[in-house]
Design a protein around this ligand. Structure first.
Ligand code: GCU
Length: 833
């Protein structure tokens, strides 16, 4: 039996290779690290190689620090680690090495003599060492004459960690950085995180939430930020901070935070100086302003550029720090009754005339799509409007709208739809990856940021499988042309094992996961269709998209659906793209199906290029998506015994949960739209569930029937709850189905406020007992209501069922959770109902 693993080492486990591979391997004798500064990434690289060789090959090597003192012994291989510069200074031959970009590296294998791991800088050296180790760990040969260069200099993560230790959109436990309004004393996890980041060549981090708090800049926290920087620096990771625009008012008591006010300027100069005393290599400031209630320069009648330049000027005196100004500026009180209003227009409207006005150390950070990390969005048109001001593209490793790490959703296939998209700026090839790399407009500093919600859970992200997105993000920021499938296969070999069944299974589930998620959530560019007005952003709630100022509108009514974003009759958004793209999206016929409802308002009966109507596509996609999720857990079962039990069970549990929740999604969205448009499913599935017994139709004792809001979050719109919060209830009925073997599923609600207990019996035999305690296991955002977030399913496989027997469920409520039950399904083999 394989020893249980908790995920802390993620893909850096350095598990031993199979014994035959170990015996065929080179014998490594020593590591010569051309740096004796133990905080240098070169030194870190040497120690990492030492650790890796110990784990992967069970070889012990010494670390030496001088080339001169080294002489080869017994045909054993030495590993030289250092910058190209140091290596050449020490007498090494560097004539073969082509010029490298910042952070690039050279890996050269001279058979059983030596391996050279040489970086353009110290960080690059460390990246080379990780490359060497990750190839070794996969049993892949170390290449000769291999150079690797980053696509872009900026490869950062954004934490949304709050000072109180919570994480906005965090699904992996509390912050590893902050607690009780200060930086944590013990930063062990922070350096472990930096190690993970470095291994995928991420070189910077904004450590706190974009919705920042002025206490970040208290003297104690300035000192704490210095400690965070010290913990991450040996891994080549530099830190920056997100600032609260009104800090001059709220922390220093100034009457204003006007960016042109001399006292405000002096305040930020002082803070910047203090910060640099603790963090001399600060990467800079991230600014969210005039967005979602945050103050900003517009609050003081100043332009966005004036706001950004305030910080840029303060930073200019120090190193190479930059201001990253987020383009996520919009009015969240938009009036939906005006068909010309469109939140998607905001970024271009706010930023297009600012391009030449920003100081040269200002960058604009742009979310990949114009709204907000939806399951499908077109590329933000703002990428086509900045020529002088460099851009950073913002992704989310945090799966805010993508199942919150409780659903598997491997993101590179989504990212590729954006990175590979050719904006045809000025009629020339302009794929997004060439814009953000700096190539298209000759920018020196630009690149990538991703919101990452690692927390203190040992799995980091609350789910072992979700970690493939963090790994992949680093791989894509380095090389946006990476192949999504090769990346997941590498990750799987490193995270689990090279066993082909494991690699094939993880890779096939992962590769299917995003299209599958799109199928059972929001189709044809209508967005994710989750609840957006509360903070959950998790389960289905299609009606929440409209009727509010957030501007994520679908404009669904009885006749049609979709936002008209054309220039001719709509919001004009399509016209924000360069001409060739604008034309493509302007016309219904040339808009790709997957974005049809993003750009056009059409009747539900509109035919797609596939020949289906919009509404039938919704129904079919939801059935297909949910049906595919049902295969994930059984496919995962094949890995029992091939990976350790702890991680096997952790993932199995989530895949089973996802199977149930995907049905909640399927039924909610389908019933919502069928109710809206009155058009039946051609295949008669929506609204007809022949294998279900509705809880509200059973004989109830101590239970009562309630209406669920929204209606579509319950089968038949109703459910049952106990009549008191301290006495059990029972629901009984006679089983109407033919005698046979069934999977028996119970759909119930598991929300915050208590842990109900349930018991299911058939013919007097107890089939299962369980507790409504999902929120202690799954770390996504929970609601305190019976709704699409809390609706869930438990399933008992292979149950012998006798027609005419009594089914009985008893529920024991707890707190405000009144043991709510929706329905029971009896599923013959192959049926999903
Ligand atoms: C989304 C997210 C917020 C976040 C915001 C941002 O709206 O739900 O939690 O603050 O994006 O990116 O600033």
């Amino acid at each position: 039996m394989l020893p249980d693993e908790n995920g802390l080492d993620a893909w850096l486990r350095y598990a031993p290779l199979a014994s035959d591979l170990i015996s065929q391997s080179e014998q490594y004798e020593s590591v010569i690290a051309l740096s004796s500064d133990d905080t240098s990434p070169v030194y870190t690289a040497a120690r990492e190689v030492q650790k890796g060789l110990h784990g992967i090959l069970k070889q012990e090597v010494e670390i030496a620090h001088s080339l001169a003192s080294y002489s080869q012994k017994d045909d054993k291989t030495a590993i030289f680690i250092g910058t190209i510069h140091e290596f050449s200074q020490a007498g090494g031959d560097v004539t073969q090495i082509p010029p490298l970009k910042e952070d690039g590296f050279w890996l050269d294998n001279h058979g059983n003599k030596s391996v050279h791991i040489l970086g353009q800088n110290e960080r690059g050296t460390l990246y080379g060492a990780f490359e060497f180790l990750m190839l070794l760990a996969q049993g892949k040969p170390c290449p000769s004459g291999h150079i690797s260069n980053p696509s872009a200099p900026i490869r950062w993560v954004n934490q949304w960690d709050n000072l109180d230790g919570s994480i906005e959109r965090g699904y992996g436990g509390p912050s590893i950085f902050f607690k009780d309004m200060v930086v944590q004393d013990d930063l062990t996890r922070v350096s472990q995180y930096a190690r993970l980041m470095a291994s995928v060549r991420l070189n910077g981090i904004i450590v706190n939430n974009v919705n920042s708090h002025h206490d970040l800049l208290s003297p104690k926290n300035l000192e704490g930020l210095g400690r965070i920087a010290n913990a991450m620096r040996p891994w080549g990771v530099r830190i920056g901070v997100a600032l609260f625009f009104d800090t001059p008012k709220t922390l220093a008591g100034l009457p204003t935070s006007d960016p042109l006010d001399p006292d405000v300027i002096a305040f930020w100069d002082r803070i910047t100086a203090q910060l640099h005393q603790h963090v001399p290599d600060l990467i800079g400031y991230l600014i969210k302003a005039n967005s979602e209630g945050q103050p900003g320069p517009l609050t003081y009648g100043r332009t966005l550029a004036e706001g950004a330049n305030l910080f840029a000027n303060a930073l200019k005196r120090y190193g190479d720090g930059v201001v990253v100004y987020r383009a996520f500026v919009y009015n969240h009180h938009l009036d939906e009754s005006n068909w010309k209003n469109d939140r998607a227009n905001a970024a271009v409207e706010f930023f297009k005339d600012m391009d030449t006005l920003f100081a040269d150390n200002v960058l604009v950070q742009i979310k990949y799509g114009p709204i907000d990390f939806q399951v499908r969005e077109p590329t933000s048109p703002l990428f086509a409007h900045l020529r002088k001001t460099p851009a950073i593209i913002e992704f989310q490793v945090a799966q805010e709208y993508l199942g919150q790490q409780s659903h598997v959703c491997y993101l590179p296939p989504l990212w590729k739809t954006i990175l590979d998209f050719d904006l045809r700026i000025d009629g020339k090839s302009s794929p997004v990856h060439k814009i953000v790399s700096g190539e298209r407009f000759d920018w020196k500093r630009s690149g990538y940021a991703a919101v990452v919600n690692v927390g203190s859970d040992s799995t980091w992200l609350g789910s072992h499988l979700a970690m493939s997105n963090l790994y992949a993000y680093g791989r894509y920021a380095w090389d946006p042309l990476s192949d999504a499938e090769s990346v997941i296969r590498d990750w799987t070999r490193l995270t689990f094992t090279a066993n082909p069944t494991v690699v094939d299974t993880v890779s096939s589930i992962s590769m299917e996961s995003w299209p599958t998620y799109e199928n059972y959530t929001g189709n044809l560019g209508i967005q994710t269709l989750c609840e957006i007005t509360k903070t959950c952003h998790y389960g289905p709630r299609p009606d929440s998209m409209d009727g509010n100022g957030w501007g994520q509108w679908t404009r669904a009514d009885a006749h049609g659906i979709g936002m008209d974003r054309t220039v001719a009759t709509g919001t004009g958004y399509a016209g924000q793209y360069p001409a060739e793209i604008a034309q493509l999206y302007e016309k219904l016929e040339t808009t790709p199906d997957e974005l049809l409802l993003w750009f056009h308002h059409v009747p539900y009966t509109q035919r797609l290029k596939s020949g289906k109507t919009v509404i039938q596509h919704f129904y079919d996609a939801h059935y297909e998506g949910a049906a595919n999720v049902q295969t994930f857990a059984p496919r995962w079962e094949a890995l029992r015994g091939l990976i350790d039990d702890a991680r096997f069970k952790h993932i199995l549990f989530r895949l089973e949960y996802q199977a149930g929740h995907s049905l909640v999604w399927r039924d909610s969205v389908n019933n919502f739209y069928m109710d809206k448009c009155g058009i039946a499913d051609e295949h008669g599935r929506v609204g007809h569930y022949p294998w279900r017994i509705e809880a509200e139709s059973m004989d109830l004792t101590g239970y009562t029937v309630i209406l669920i809001t929204p209606f579509e979050a319950a089968s038949g719109g109703k459910a049952i709850v106990t009549t008191s919060n301290d006495k059990p209830g029972t629901a009984k009925c006679t089983i109407p189905f033919e005698t046979g073997v069934y999977s028996v599923a119970v759909n119930y609600y598991d929300h915050l406020g208590g842990t109900s207990h349930y018991k299911l019996s058939l013919g007097g035999q107890v089939i299962g007992e369980w507790a409504g305690d999902l929120s202690t296991v799954l770390l996504h955002d929970f609601s305190d209501l019976r709704d699409g977030h809390s609706a869930t399913r438990i399933i008992f496989e292979s149950v012998n069922v006798t027609k005419g027997d009594t089914l009985e469920i008893s529920g024991m409520p707890d707190g405000t959770e009144l043991a709510p039950i929706d329905y029971v399904s009896f599923l013959p083999p192959g049926i999903v109902d």
